[in-house]
Design a protein around this ligand. Structure first.
Ligand SMILES: NC(=O)c1ccc[n+]([C@@H]2O[C@H](COP(=O)([O-])OP(=O)(O)OC[C@H]3O[C@@H](n4cnc5c(N)ncnc54)[C@H](O)[C@@H]3O)[C@@H](O)[C@H]2O)c1
Ligand SMILES: [Zn+2]
Ligand SMILES: [Zn+2]
Length: 360
């Protein structure tokens, strides 16, 4: 048993606090990881607001990189000393999706079996089955993906969630390819990652849409060829003017039905529309069926960028190390374990792409 400090959301809506967390030694199939860095994601805030479920208290944090310090019985895929990114898609290999050769849709992903607890023994619910705003965390061994240790942990950890979701939405879900025109609605960490992914895949025109000029400036640095401030301009008209028809691929990275409608309207005939932004339960979308039929193409949603961590994380880290994917630009600031609550405020105000908690 290890006694460490971690960021806990004790009750719905209350500010997070740093608590003593008890972490068991790894049992069969589990790995203990010394967390080196963990990014602050919008989903952590969703947990603290009770937007995901009511299983308080939560151990927050899930975009992390670190070093495996111990493994349990039967673990062969990682060993102590391995430098890893944590993932929330440790595929089972046996469910119907896995057996059909589509493991990124796995229905039975693995998490640690044993519980991390508060000092009084109260079990903690780890965010996305990880829980990584903590000095040591316990995960399923399959949640550890080994990558090149030349990539620093603040940068590498971000691939564990939002950045992978955006890059994968463009590359895996939309299948962006050379010559495509792509419009990305919402240029936070996820949208900018979709822009970076579109550039990597060879898109010709990449249009960034946001309501904040600072975000549009950053989007240009990730590869947007055009920017549209939807506060000043109708984005649908602007995209049609830039592309002379509509965008081959439209990616919604806000989670807003009005923005989804704009993305739908800005799409070229037979184009692809991808929803990455997470809607709330009250949101609906209505459109004439004949219009969906007449326009052809596809409407898809993208979870975690349809990624396969074992395939995608090492490849994307290598592209970063080759200077072909500017992952370091997502790190707006490095903070301490006590600063997560203030990082939520900065995220809310749009001041950062990612704040990253550093452990050392
Ligand atoms: N599908 C997945 O697997 C997955 C994974 C991680 C995050 N997400 C979701 O992706 C979304 C974006 O996450 P993020 O971390 O980038 O959030 P963020 O808050 O950093 O970014 C959202 C951006 O949208 C912009 N925006 C707001 N209203 C807009 C409008 N009307 N038109 C255009 N732009 C507008 C904001 O200015 C901001 O730049 C969230 O809903 C998040 O929950 C999805
Ligand atoms: Zn499976
Ligand atoms: Zn996340």
């Amino acid at each position: 048993m290890h006694e460490v400090r971690g960021v806990v959301s004790m009750t719905k809506g209350a500010p997070v606090t740093v608590e003593t967390v008890l972490v068991p030694d790894p049992g069969p199939g589990e790995a203990l990881v010394d967390v080196q860095a963990c990014g602050v994601c919008h989903t952590d805030l969703h947990y603290r607001e009770g937007g995901i479920n009511d299983d308080f208290p939560f151990l927050l944090g899930h975009e992390a990189a670190g070093v495996v310090s111990a493994v349990g019985e039967g673990v062969t895929e990682v060993a102590p000393g391995d430098y890893v990114i944590l993932n929330w898609r440790a595929v089972c290999g046996q469910c119907r999706a896995c057996r059909r050769g589509r493991p990124w849709y796995c229905f039975a992903t693995h998490n640690a079996t044993q519980k991390m607890t508060l000092a009084d023994g109260t079990p903690l619910s780890p965010a996305l089955g990880i829980g990584a705003f903590v000095e040591k965390t316990l995960v399923a061994a399959g949640q550890c993906t080994k990558v090149n240790a030349d990539a620093s942990p603040d940068v590498a950890g971000l691939l564990g969630c939002g950045v992978m979701a955006g890059i994968g939405a463009a590359i895996n879900t939309a299948g962006v390819t050379r010559g495509d025109s792509v419009a990305v609605f919402g240029c936070g960490g996820v949208g900018d990652a979709a822009i970076a992914g579109a550039r990597l895949a060879g898109a010709h025109t990449i249009i960034a849409v946001d309501v904040d000029d600072r975000k549009l400036q950053w989007a240009s640095e990730f590869g947007a060829t055009h920017t549209v401030n939807a506060k000043n301009q109708d984005p649908v008209e602007a995209i049609k003017a830039i592309t002379a028809h509509g965008a081959d691929v439209c990616i919604e990275a806000v989670g807003n039905p009005a923005v989804f409608q704009q993305a739908y309207d800005a799409r070229e005939l037979a184009g692809t529309l991808v929803l990455v932004g997470v809607p709330t339960p009250d949101m609906t979308w209505t459109t004439p069926l004949l219009d969906i039929f007449g326009r052809g193409g596809s409407i898809k949603s993208s979870w975690y960028g349809d990624c396969l961590p074992s395939r995608d994380f090492p490849m994307l880290i290598d592209l970063y190390l080759q200077g072909r994917l500017p992952l370091e630009k997502f790190v707006s600031e490095k903070i301490g374990i006590d600063d997560v609550e203030s990082a939520f405020a900065k995220m809310h105000d749009g001041d950062v792409l990612r704040s990253v908690v550093m452990f050392s």
